[in-house]
Write a protein that binds this ligand. Structure first.
Ligand code: MG
Length: 163
């Protein structure tokens, strides 16, 4: 599982799942601050016991300044395969008061699937409203959470039976 939150500020593009969404505010952070991609990346790294995005791509490293999080995600996908796993399914939810995100889900799934080299059918994106509550409800930030299921390459039963 992975969770991420970034503040919404003026003068930044709003990027979620690698898609730029027209809005008055954007997410602030060292990279493009794509909270959805970060939550998915952390879920992938967690699933294979490989730490987290922050330790893999430190925000003190100038190489990652303004970088597209799809590139970070690509590296997470590569590590999953290198560890001998395949991504079976990703489920994610974005918590945002504004803007409406549903129309962008197909585009997000498309860009995420390309960077992870998996089919869009293995990615499910949802959004929910914080109903005006707290910092998310006041539109001060956007939160994303993701769960990822990975399986041993070659099939679980082959692995479990030691063949
Ligand atoms: Mg982040």
């Amino acid at each position: 599982m992975g969770l991420d939150v970034h503040p919404l500020v003026e003068g930044r593009p709003l990027v979620l799942g690698g898609v730029e969404i027209p809005y008055t505010h954007g997410l602030a952070g060292h990279s493009d601050a794509d909270a959805l991609s970060h939550a998915i990346g952390d879920a992938l790294l967690g699933a294979i016991g490989a730490g987290d995005l922050g330790s893999l791509f430190p925000d003190t490293d100038p190489r990652y300044q303004g970088i597209s999080s799809l590139l970070l995600l690509q590296e997470c996908g590569r590590r999953v395969r290198e560890a001998g796993f395949e991504i079976q399914y990703i489920d994610a939810v974005i918590v945002a008061q504004q803007p409406r995100l549903r129309p962008y889900f197909p585009q997000m799934a498309e860009s995420l699937s390309k960077s992870l080299e998996i089919s869009t059918e293995r990615i499910h994106i949802k959004a929910t409203s914080p109903e005006g509550l707290g910092f998310l409800g006041r539109g001060e930030g956007i939160l994303a959470q993701a769960v990822c299921l990975v399986i041993r390459s070659g099939g679980f039963w082959e692995w479990a039976s030691g063949k």
